[in-house]
Write a protein that binds this ligand. Structure first.
Ligand SMILES: [Zn+2]
Length: 287
């Protein structure tokens, strides 16, 4: 069932669990994540970056594929199609394409312009029954080991953006995209607590979920995180499984060259990763 992310995240806040956003790259990823969510009876958010959207030939193709797949596979759990880190233009394109949710990443704009554009997009989303995620500050993305601690958002700025009427709020609490460096200082629970104190029931979003220790994830959920983005972890699991297939020479056995056979171990690895995350986030059985 295709829906916005609003209701599923409000339920998650109330029930003290989090809904996973799993980014998709192609048909196989989408199908695998949808089937796993259905098996786990878990709500799910399919994240689509602008790059992945372009790779799949455009946001319209993505929206049409997800819609048809939900139908063809008989998916009954709540599914949101969500633009990840969208520019203003990408947000408009996804609204037009039939996505059910968008993230506006206005971190490159001065705060006044960020607020003005956010307000404009909120008005359109409300009218269309879509949900909107805003980001306060910027979430780091370096993998070079130089960054020991990701940026922390200003709780007052979080409150200001939350009050604009967004449905979920991404705030930096020391988290970063991609693999975490060995000297990472961990999540800043003081920052998260201060943000939650000011924003109340607003579902908070944790980006860069790959490599954050499980106990930190659980504590973050206790403190109001209701959406956790997972991307890199599925990519690593997929690639490792496909590599094993080739290393074992399975593509040379019988009709092992069939792309459906080649990609199968990768899809199984994604399913395993997604299931483990849903269990950790507490969303299993909540749909
Ligand atoms: Zn992100």
């Amino acid at each position: 069932m295709l829906v916005s992310a609003k209701e599923m995240l409000q339920k998650a806040v109330a029930g003290h669990y989090a809904v996973g956003q799993f980014n998709i790259n192609n048909l196989e990823w989408t199908k695998t994540i949808l089937l796993t969510a259905e098996e786990c009876k878990s709500p799910v958010i399919l994240g689509v970056s602008s790059g992945a959207g372009k790779y799949m030939s455009g946001f319209k193709t993505v929206a049409a594929m997800v819609g048809a797949m939900v139908d063809d596979l008989g998916i009954t759990v709540p599914v949101a199609t969500h633009l990840d880190h969208g520019s203003y233009d990408a947000c408009l394109q996804c609204i037009d394409a039939g996505f059910t949710s968008i993230m506006f990443d206005g971190s490159k704009y001065p705060i006044e312009e960020n607020v003005a554009k956010t307000k404009e997009l909120i008005a359109i989303c409300k009218e269309k029954g879509m949900s909107l995620e805003a980001e306060v500050g910027a979430i780091g993305g370096e993998e070079d080991g130089v960054i020991g601690q990701g940026e922390c958002a200003d709780p007052k700025e979080c409150k200001m953006i939350a009050d604009l009427g967004v449905d979920m709020l991404a705030a930096g609490i020391g988290n970063i995209h991609g693999k975490y460096p060995a000297n990472w200082a961990g999540l800043s629970f003081e920052t998260l607590d201060a943000i939650q104190q000011l924003t109340g029931d607003m579902p908070l979003v944790l980006h860069g979920g790959t490599g954050i220790p499980d106990d930190m994830i659980r504590k973050a959920i206790d403190l109001g995180v209701a959406k956790i983005n997972v991307n890199t972890e599925c990519q690593i699991a997929f690639s490792a499984a496909v590599r094993k297939y080739f290393e074992a020479g399975k593509d040379l056995e019988g009709k092992g060259f069939d792309p459906r056979k080649v990609l199968k171990p990768g899809c199984e690895a994604i399913a395993e990763t997604v299931k483990t995350k849903m269990e950790l986030f507490g969303s299993v059985g909540k749909a």
